[in-house]
Unconditional design. Structure first.
Length: 240
């Protein structure tokens, strides 16, 4: 089974979780696109849902499939978000942003009761960082921001080339929010939480592609079938 076939298998399992009347977040990327296509088939068959897209590309795809769209201003609370991942580890921590929509993906995810991640088995890793970590930054002061990202990442034990993402014609890639993306080739991120916290001290950083403690359920399609992994979180409970 190819990676594309696995992505579709994961998306097929995910779309089964959708119930009539739900408010959904729609992710961005190849696996999320598979989900949108399958969701469109259910909508065509009579399913009623309201969706918020995480990118212009996903919005256009959903519209073409006849899916009713809203915005977070109109629908600020969502039941579920369905998205993909560029990498996901055993603790369901992720790197996302390969499609350039990391900021909106994180905003939509945080507005959702549950976040469902769909992926093929190639996305499972022991340590995050094999995939270049995207960091969304404002255009102003790019050089200064890049230098600060490099310095603070180094303090966290992360070193490697940091480059500006560019389009096929060599121009800087610009997100739907009008920002740039730095691609950090760290190879391995020893402490994702420490690195994520460090980025918050840099004014020019809008958001990083580290998605930590966000995924609730991971649907991973493998050569042996589709497997579900649920997040384990230690919750402090008040005892009267």
């Amino acid at each position: 089974m190819s990676a594309e076939d696995q992505k579709r298998q994961a998306a097929m399992r995910a779309v089964e979780m959708v119930e009539p009347g739900m408010r959904l977040g729609l992710g961005t990327g190849s696996t999320a696109s598979q989900f949108v296509a399958l969701l469109g088939e259910r909508v065509k068959a009579g399913l009623s849902v309201i969706c918020v897209a995480t990118s212009t590309a996903t919005e256009q795809l959903a519209e073409a499939r006849g899916i009713t769209l809203s915005t977070l201003d109109e629908t600020p609370e969502l039941d579920m978000t369905f998205d993909g991942a560029d990498e996901i580890d055993g603790e369901l921590r992720m790197i996302k942003g390969g499609g350039g929509a990391l900021l909106r993906e994180k905003i939509v995810a945080m507005a959702s009761d549950r976040v469902i991640i769909m992926a093929d088995e190639s996305k499972m890793v022991e340590n995050l960082g094999r995939f270049k970590l995207p960091v969304e930054v404002v255009q102003f002061g790019l050089r200064a921001t890049l230098d600060m990202v490099e310095a603070l990442a180094s303090d966290c034990g992360c070193t490697g080339e940091i480059a500006l993402r560019k389009t096929a014609d060599g121009q800087p890639f610009v997100t739907d929010n009008g920002n740039y993306i730095l691609e950090c080739d760290f190879g391995s991120i020893g402490d994702p939480d420490e690195l994520d916290e460090a980025f918050r001290f840099i004014p020019g950083v809008v958001e990083s592609g580290l998605f930590l403690d966000i995924c609730d359920v991971a649907i991973i399609a493998t050569k042996d079938g589709v497997k579900l992994f649920e997040a384990r979180r230690d919750l402090d409970e008040d005892v009267d």
